[in-house]
Design a protein around this ligand. Structure first.
Ligand code: S3P
Length: 175
């Protein structure tokens, strides 16, 4: 089974995805990292040298490569993946989509140290980032919310979130 972790930057797709994979005994894969390895450049370099459209195309091609995977894997997607082309349909068809839903103020806190490596929000202070997320999240939420599983993460511990997802996934497997 492929589990696609979906959500805004900072929502915990990578950290919670890794822990979920560990608990389920699945492999873990990070799409951002796979794209970086494939291009031999960081995401910031790809954005700067080739532009966002090129990056989105790399993401789309990376996603296509998951279609034929037959192993158990948890995939942390980049925050923009579900919002371009038919990527959400591809993920829904290939596996189980899990949306880590989080409010803008919580995302700002979680993005305290991760801004520089994300070209879209680099250099923003807290107030600018909050305003940016408040403006952009509703548009993206419409895509993310098509996920098979939606987890409200505000006020919940990482342990609770991972256990809750693991429980739902185990239920799906015994059906
Ligand atoms: C992006 C999210 C990033 C990365 C890129 C663009 C986005 O991934 O793919 O910087 O458009 O939301 P994370 O969600 O893992 O930070």
């Amino acid at each position: 089974m492929i589990i696609f972790m979906v959500g805004y930057m900072g929502s915990g797709k990578t950290s919670l995805g890794k822990e979920l994979a560990r608990r389920l005994g699945y492999r873990f894969a990070d799409m951002d990292k796979l794209v970086e390895d494939k291009c031999g450049k960081t995401i910031s370099e790809i954005f700067a040298e080739k532009g966002e459209a090129y990056f989105r195309d790399c993401e789309r091609r990376m996603l296509e490569s998951f279609k034929d995977i037959r192993e158990d894997v948890v995939v942390a997607t980049g925050g923009g993946v579900p919002c371009f082309g038919n990527n959400m349909d591809v993920m829904k068809e290939a596996g189980v989509t899990v949306y880590l839903k989080m409010s803008p103020p919580k995302l700002v806190v979680r993005l305290e140290h991760g801004r520089d490596k994300r070209p879209i929000i680099r250099g923003m202070d807290d107030a600018q980032l909050l305003k940016f997320i408040e403006e952009k999240l509703p548009e993206r939420d419409a895509y993310y919310s098509r996920s098979a599983i939606v987890i409200d993460c505000d006020g919940r511990s990482d342990d609770y979130i991972v256990s809750h997802i693991a429980e739902i996934i185990s239920g799906l497997k015994t059906k």
